[in-house]
Write a protein that binds this ligand. Structure first.
Ligand code: NAP
Length: 251
């Protein structure tokens, strides 16, 4: 156990695989009761079955209208106390400025920004009551842009801006809100890309030149460890920050 989240309830969106799964496992292993949320309930159930502290699973689809309201209702039906909210669920589509469409833009912005903000707002009273904290998952592409990632990189820039602005509202109510901006993580979205045919060795080799810290790709656990620190009392004077967990990636 690194931190002590005993008696705390943590929501992790996008907990069905990748970075979200690692965050859920880390918080649970450090004592939290975790509520795992995503669309794939079978995957969530399988993960929950291996976690301590009576985890709960809820189905949410953050791309749908009113989904933030529905997700908040489902979360509050499972626990009226919320100490930690990790807004990790995220999607990316590849497009250039020439082929971005309203549909692609709406999809990415709905999941990554609109419903992240609305869900946080709906859970704000519970977080204020517990003097809890929030960690949003951004991306290094919010600083650098990502080639062929107009909507994704823009959405993550909005996550950073939301994090900073919400810290002003939340601060005097005793709630901290921060973000982690991961670099290239050898899991999650990249794992899916490699499984669907993107050349793993070539991609890794190309990226390693941008990674000063041993040329090493990140692991989901690197992100989860940073989230756990931010969510813990050890980060009690940290709010409104976007912290890069990227091996010093040159962006
Ligand atoms: P991933 O494997 O694709 O996981 C994304 C998670 O979000 C899944 O649990 C997915 O669950 C959930 N999700 C997707 N669409 C959803 C929707 N409409 N409603 C609710 N949940 C939804 O990706 P990942 O790499 O772990 O990414 C996690 C976060 O890290 C994202 O915010 C991503 O932008 C960020 N990030 C990742 C990297 C990287 O290198 N991997 C780098 C920078 C930032 P379901 O499909 O079951 O709904």
């Amino acid at each position: 156990m690194t931190y002590d989240f005993s008696g705390k309830t943590a929501i992790v969106t996008g907990a069905s695989r990748g970075i979200g799964e690692a965050i859920a496992r880390t918080l649970a292993e450090d004592g939290a009761r975790v509520i795992l949320a995503a669309r794939s309930t079978e995957a969530l159930d399988a993960i929950a079955a291996s976690l301590p502290n009576n985890p709960a699973v809820i189905a949410i689809d953050l791309s749908k209208p009113n989904s933030a309201e529905k997700a908040a209702e489902a979360i509050l039906a499972v626990s009226d106390t919320i100490d930690i909210l990790v807004n990790n669920a995220g999607v990316g589509v590849s497009e250039t400025i020439e082929d971005v469409t309203p549909e692609k833009l709406d999809f990415v912005m709905d999941v990554n920004v609109r419903n992240l903000i609305l869900l946080t707002g709906k859970l704000a009273p519970a977080l204020i009551k517990s003097r809890g904290n929030i960690v949003n998952i951004s991306s290094v592409s919010s600083f650098s842009g990502g080639l062929g990632q107009i909507a994704y990189a823009t959405s993550k820039g909005a996550v950073n801006s939301f994090t900073r602005n919400a810290s002003l509202d939340f601060g005097r109510k005793g709630v901290r809100i921060n973000a982690i901006a991961p670099g290239v993580i050898d899991d999650g979205m990249w794992k899916t890309a490699f499984e669907s045919g993107v050349d793993r060795e070539q991609t890794m080799k190309k990226m390693r030149r941008l990674l000063p810290l041993e040329g090493r790709w990140g692991a989901a656990q690197d992100v989860a460890d940073a989230v756990a620190w931010l969510a813990s009392d050890k980060a009690g004077y940290v709010t409104g920050q976007v912290i890069r967990v990227d091996g010093g990636m040159i962006v």
